[in-house]
Design a protein around this ligand. Structure first.
Ligand code: B3K
Ligand code: ZN
Length: 880
């Protein structure tokens, strides 16, 4: 780990320089032992510019250098210099061979970056800068090299030895050891290197590509999990086919391997030919995984697969360009998931991520553009801005160019840059060139941080039958302090009459009509659009399908929102209307609460929901979304100052009144869904289960008599979705049944680690008064382990991010609890520690009491001693 007393350096995009050296090939020889690992590395290096005489500076961290030879001659100690983070060879020829032998201790590597142990396995995680923890190297993405890797290990303990590319040799050695040699025919940056050694079972399948090549598909898991890989394997085949159909891209090696490991900092890693996955995103059976888990497995399998073209074959020049691969790959993953399931529900899920997490990031101390300008620790920039907003930016390009134009641009991008490490400018220029346009203004989406606010004013002239929309955009200040230029953005639009019938659009200025609908092209601080022949004052549906990652305000009346919620053709905007309605109601209840008035939910709102529940909705899962009251975080992003107690009370009141007033309708819908659900993994069955479990949640809120229904569902559940649905519904109840079911659940699933994590997460988000006490007990429970990131995220992060009532405890106990965990994890695993900080970064936006308490928690961390760069960067930026 890089500690605070080592130099804390900020890296700037503007300082980027091409590397002085190219590494043509690297021959690695890794000897795995129980106590230490010896890494031999043979590099073929060449100076890029012959006239230069600069020294060779390699990255390296936590390495013990055993020997160093240049063109076969050992180097004297005076010829090189070592620091905590580098190895400098003062004088090198134009082209040479360098042999480096280092010793590392994977058994002691608790940061899960570089080579480390997960249970009985050896595995690696090299992105972003983990390779330098394995050997000295030019560990930067623009140095691409041919890798040959020989792994040597005990044959009985590690029968499976894997690395990137093709297996080219294997054999026995003395002392019960064996070796396997791998060669990757594609040049790659070091962050895509991978190695796995262990006792794993292999599940095999194969895939024939569009050009007729056969690809072996292999998933490696611990023996007890071999019955949980079917879904992942099918998802992989679906993803391979989809990328051929949608982008004409086929897989390029003869084998595609996926390994599931239990200890992993993030979701998965796209290492060339050898993906390493957090087991949470591979292992799934109906007994252990919910429908949402299955969908996540499919999405992450797709995501890592799609990286093969967007990330691996064309990679990033430097880490500032991270969204070049991540934004684009998230977008491709979203398209894939939409094609496999419900496009509307997928869009809602993605918009929620933007509106809760990404908007919060934009409004907080870590705000950064999709292409950041500087960082202290790059791992802190694997953010929802880079990933999710990055995907939204690509989606806008897709909207502006249409499917065909976008595809043309992608084809040109692949043609121009295959095999290279490039920039976001390169990508955007390929799209612009292919469509004969320039995207200079559009590029602001990549270098201006913050969420644009689009304010819409209307004016209707009954005589002229004209309807005018005036859109004004403004982007709030972010810590970089830049003044913002107007963005260009497509705002999807439709007009409805009072019965919900669409009015034809006649508009002279800047209306972009496509097969996906009509879009207002907004590109100035103020844009005006005049619609002609509008018979009556219409209700506009704006920002349909969430066509731009902005906050849009329009002076809707409650009646107009109800109309849109019940009849907008843009299904996404039905949901949007429901959330606007819910948010409006919560805000007005908050006002009353702050003025000490009694809280009354308007009956008109409840009646609208009643109508919704009686309506024939296109998809049950969409109805589930429509009746979901906006979350704490969702509403918080619509508030200037987050009055925590008022928000929690107002929201609770709305949920309770909703549940009690609509009990009968909810029960009916529950029953109907139950009858329609055949228990299978078909989309329609999943959709019915989603609605059924949403109804159950409200029913239990409506009154204790519904506990029995939850219990019956729990007992009869045919799958994990229904089990968890029942348990979630009962989770906030004070009845003794709650504990009985939680105990039963643990007893039933204690051997299934991923299921135990669900049990931890549910308890962490219960809004019961003793939850923190319970969490503290769970920290010592056999089902918890501070060394395992999944468990930390389940128990600790869930508390911080999904239990607003207890996290924002009035005495600051929730904040303090998180601060203590950050301090505890800082040295052990800085990346995980940094991720726990998300909830604490928002203190400036909270009411005075909570703000002061949260700030104290941050100060406590700041003064706790040696901070990792990861934690240091977030804490100091937050306190600034
Ligand atoms: N590229 C990896 C993320 C690596 C994170 C390093 N801190 C997974 C993904 O986005 O596919
Ligand atoms: Zn990715």
């Amino acid at each position: 780990m890089k500690m605070q007393n080592a130099k804390l350096k900020t890296t700037y995009l503007k300082d980027y320089q091409l590397p002085d050296f190219a590494i043509h090939s690297i021959d690695l020889h890794v000897e795995l032992n129980e106590d230490k690992t010896i890494v031999h590395s043979l590099l073929h290096v060449e100076r890029r510019l012959p006239q230069q005489t600069t020294p060779l500076v390699l990255h390296g961290e936590g390495l013990k250098l055993l020997s160093l030879r240049l063109d076969e001659k050992p180097l004297a100690q005076t010829e090189y210099e070592q620091t905590l983070q580098s190895l400098t060879i003062k004088s090198v020829p134009h082209s040479f061979q360098l042999e480096i032998v280092t010793e590392i201790l994977p058994q002691k590597n608790t940061s899960l970056s570089g080579l480390y142990r997960s249970g009985k396995l050896f595995c690696t995680q090299c992105e972003a800068e983990g390779f330098r923890r394995i050997t000295y190297y030019l560990d930067r993405p623009d140095v691409m090299s041919l890798f040959t890797t020989t792994i040597v290990a005990d044959k009985a303990k590690y029968p499976i030895l894997l690395s990137n590319g093709n297996k080219i040799e294997a054999g026995e050695l003395s002392e019960n050891r064996h070796y396997v040699k791998w060669q990757d025919p594609f040049k790659k940056p070091s962050y895509l290197f991978a190695l796995v050694a262990g006792d794993l079972v292999k599940i095999s399948d194969n895939y024939q590509t569009q050009s007729g090549r056969n690809v072996a598909l292999e998933i490696y898991v611990e023996a007890q999990n071999k019955d949980k890989t079917d879904y992942a394997m099918q998802a992989l085949k679906h993803a391979m086919l989809w990328d051929e159909k949608a982008y004409g891209r086929e897989y390029d090696l003869d084998v595609y391997m996926i390994v599931a490991v239990n200890d992993f900092n993030m979701g998965a890693m796209e290492n060339k030919g050898l993906n390493i996955f957090n087991s949470k995103y591979v292992l799934a059976s109906e007994k252990t995984a919910t429908d949402v888990d299955f969908q996540n497995v499919e999405a992450v399998i797709g995501h890592e697969y799609f990286h093969n073209w967007t990330g691996n074959r064309i990679t990033c020049r430097d880490w500032f360009q991270l969204s070049l691969k991540e934004g684009l790959t998230v977008f491709r993953e979203q398209q894939f998931s939409a094609s496999m399931g419900s496009p509307t529900v997928k869009r809602i899920t993605d918009a929620r991520i933007i509106r809760t997490r990404q908007f919060a990031e934009d409004a907080g101390p870590m705000a950064h553009p999709v292409r950041p300008e500087s960082y202290i620790e790059i791992n802190n920039f694997y953010t929802s801005t880079v990933y999710n907003k990055g995907a939204e930016v690509i989606r806008m390009l897709h909207t502006l160019f249409g499917q065909a134009g976008f595809r043309k641009g992608m084809d040109l991008y692949f043609e121009r840059f295959d095999g290279q490490a490039v920039t976001i400018e390169d990508f955007v220029k390929a799209l612009a060139d292919a469509n004969g346009t320039d995207l200079n203004q559009f590029f602001r989406w990549y270098n201006q941080a913050g969420t644009p606010l689009v304010n819409v004013k209307e004016a209707y002239d009954a005589k002229l039958k004209q309807f005018k929309l005036t859109l004004t955009q403004q982007c709030p200040k972010t810590p970089d302090n830049l003044s913002k230029e107007p963005f260009i953005m497509p705002i999807k639009v439709a007009l409805y009459d009072e019965k919900g019938t669409k009015i034809a659009l006649e508009c002279k200025s800047n209306l972009h009509k496509t097969s996906e609908g009509s879009f207002l092209i907004v590109d100035k601080e103020t844009n005006e659009f005049i619609f002609e022949n509008v018979p009556i004052k219409p209700v506009p549906s704006l920002l349909g399908n969430f066509s731009a990652p902005v906050k849009l305000s329009y002076p809707y009346t409650e009646a107009e929102l109800v109309l849109l919620m019940l009849s907008d053709e843009d299904l996404f905007n039905r949901w949007d209307a429901s959330q606007r309605l819910g948010t409006k109601a919560i805000k007005s209840l908050m006002k009353d609460h702050l003025a000490d008035k009694s809280l009354v939910v308007p009956t008109t709102l409840i009646e609208a929901y009643r109508e919704l529940l009686q309506q024939d909705i296109p998809e049950p899962a969409l109805l589930a979304q429509l009746i979901t009251i906006p979350s704490f975080h969702y509403v918080a992003e619509n508030l200037e100052i987050i009055e925590v107690d008022a928000l929690i009370t107002a929201r609770k009141t709305l949920v309770e009144v909703f549940a009690q007033s609509l009990e009968e309708e909810l029960a009916k819908v529950y029953q109907a869904c139950q009858e329609q659900d055949d228990g299978s993994l078909k989309n329609t069955s999943m959709s019915h289960r989603a609605l059924k479990n949403t109804c159950l949640y409200y029913l239990v809120k409506a009154g204790a008599k519904w506990l029995k229904l939850a219990q019956a569902q729990y007992e009869k559940a045919r799958n994990m979705t229904d089990k968890m649905g029942a348990l979630s519904a009962i989770n906030h109840s004070t009845s003794t049944l709650r504990q009985t079911l939680f105990d039963d659940f643990y007893k039933t699933y204690q051997k299934e680690d991923l299921v135990v994590n669900k049990w931890l997460a549910l308890q962490a988000c219960a809004d019961l008064p003793n939850v923190l006490e319970n969490i503290n007990k769970l920290l010592k429970h056999e089902g918890f382990d501070i060394a395992n990131p999944n468990k930390v995220y389940s128990l600790i992060n869930t508390f911080a991010m999904s239990n607003p009532e207890r996290f924002h405890d009035d005495e600051g106990k929730g904040y303090e609890f998180i601060a203590l965990r950050v301090i505890e994890l800082n040295a052990r695993n800085p990346q995980v520690a940094a991720r726990l900080l998300e909830g604490l970064t928002q203190w400036k936006r909270l009411d005075a009491t909570h703000s002061a308490l949260m700030k104290n928690a941050l100060i406590k961390i700041e003064s706790s001693g040696d901070l990792s760069e990861d934690v240091f960067e977030i804490v100091t930026k937050s306190l600034k």
